[in-house]
Design a protein around this ligand. Structure first.
Ligand SMILES: [Zn+2]
Length: 471
């Protein structure tokens, strides 16, 4: 059962999708996504051997555009030019948000998303959401062929299932009009700027997540409830709307469920657990059975744990909004049929995912490889900050290394009578009573140590000489 939750508190708006009581997607205003926004940009530099161009979109780092995505039709109809040149203005849409390392990715394959259809004004596309039941597909295909004009593309979204065609056509015409407005603005302006922004969190949840099978909406926002009621009327069984007088995230225990997102280890009901490690290059997920059975457990138990893990992994990928390459190390399965079964379950589960997921199968090392396309940043990126101590490495310089450096410093100021140290508690092994005594004898000065320094990679040292202090 699918439910939506939208919470508006004095400091922010949050949205969530809950399936069978479990949090599967969470959206927060905390981080600003520009994915989907349309910009008037300026081509700063064309790098042919990279097949790309850097585009100034008037915000943040320059965006990257793949040249092969720029079609003749686009050049002719939008830019009224034969080819791209540096300094030229260009109409682009953000395909992927920037990361710590790279600027955003943009495309000229522009699309305008409505609730029921996605409209591609200058590129071909014709499709129906794979999550629409086969019964309705045929009807929608006919409809598509009837309304699509030459040169444009249309994709029917899942929310269109069970909606009268008049509504779909009305929305499409609205998007066509909007496109003409954007084009007009583009032609009239010169400087890089945004021409169309994606809706706010609450608008996005209602546009992209409210579908025929959505059973309920929990919110504490009356206005939004009204809007949602209106939108839900197109379905035979409109969703139930519950307006609460408190934060629905709190009431439904979603903040507690969100804490799980930042944990490396996720426990399974069977007693097993999965460990999720995300690096810049890929995500590695390790599946473990309950420790007591590891190594000599029966085929059945292994299969059951792997299946449970597959379901949980599919949920975690959505919940954490993990993108890129994902490698899963399931508990080793001897039987080919067992492996097939696990892949089947995983395939079934990722069907609920809106991001495109490709399951590539087991490698020779028995690792399951898959990819997940993501356009916005991971949820982790707005719940977690880089560790200020290790700078994101996950490791700090070993106390032995710090100690060698410290020892050199202790001996430095020859006239010092006393040395005062402030160190991190990790140094206590080197600076115990015996250690300190040894150093005092070696350098012939008094050493005073305080373990109140919070950085394990540095320390504070000051020297007391006769008649004053020296740092
Ligand atoms: Zn750290």
């Amino acid at each position: 059962m699918k439910e939506l939750v939208i919470s508006r508190t004095s400091d922010k708006v949050m949205g969530a999708v809950v399936e069978d009581g479990k949090l599967v997607e969470v959206f927060s205003e905390d981080y600003e996504s520009i994915a989907g926004n349309i910009y008037l940009g300026k081509i700063e530099k064309i790098i042919s051997n990279l097949d790309g161009a850097f585009v100034n979109i008037g915000a943040g780092k320059n965006a990257f555009l793949r040249l092969r995505e720029v079609t003749k039709g686009y050049l002719r109809n939008v830019l009224k030019a034969d080819k791209l040149k540096e300094g030229m203005k260009i109409l682009v849409q953000v395909k992927k948000d920037s990361t710590r390392m790279k600027g955003p990715q943009v495309t000229t394959r522009i699309s305008l998303a409505g609730r029921y259809v996605v409209y591609f004004p200058v590129s071909y596309a014709k499709g129906i959401s794979r999550r629409i039941s086969s019964g309705e597909r045929e009807k929608l295909l006919l409809f598509l062929s009837r309304i699509r004009k030459k040169g444009e593309g249309i994709v029917i979204r899942t929310a269109a299932e069970g909606v009268e065609e008049d509504h779909l056509e009305e929305e499409l015409n609205g998007l066509r009009q909007e496109w003409h407005g954007i084009l007009k603005k583009f032609r009239r302006s010169r400087k890089p700027k945004v021409l169309r922004t994606e809706p706010s969190i609450e608008g996005m949840v209602l546009r992209d997540r409210l579908e025929k099978d959505t059973k309920r909406l929990y919110t504490n926002d009356e206005e939004l409830a009204k809007e949602a009621r209106e939108l839900s009327k197109v379905y035979k069984e409109p969703m139930e709307i519950l307006v609460m007088d408190m934060d629905p995230f709190e009431k439904l225990g979603l903040y507690r469920q969100m804490e799980e997102i930042t944990k490396r280890i996720v426990h399974l009901k069977s007693g097993g657990f999965i460990v999720i490690d995300t690096t810049e290059a890929m995500t590695v997920i390790d599946v473990n059975s309950a420790s007591s059975t590891k190594g000599r457990s029966h085929r059945d138990l292994i299969l059951r744990t792997n299946i449970e893990a597959a379901r949980e992994i599919a949920r975690q990928l959505r919940l954490r909004n993990i993108g890129g390459i994902v490698v899963i190390d399931f508990i080793s399965m001897k039987d080919e049929t067992d492996r097939k079964k696990v892949i089947e379950i995983l395939k079934e589960e990722v069907r609920k995912d809106r991001s495109k997921v490709d399951i590539l199968g087991f490698t020779r090392l028995e690792l399951l490889e898959m990819t997940r396309k993501r356009t916005t940043r991971s949820v982790e990126s707005f719940l977690l900050a880089t560790c200020p101590v290790c700078g994101g490495r996950g490791k700090v310089i070993a106390p032995s290394v710090i100690f060698s450096k410290l020892e050199l410093d202790i001996g430095k100021v020859s006239e010092a009578k006393e040395v005062r140290l402030r160190v991190h508690p990790v140094m206590s092994g080197y600076l115990n009573t015996d250690g300190i005594k040894k150093l005092e004898r070696k350098y012939r000065r008094k050493i005073d140590v305080n373990f109140d320094w919070c950085d394990p990679e540095s320390y504070d040292i000051s020297y007391l000489v006769k008649g004053g202090e020296k740092k």
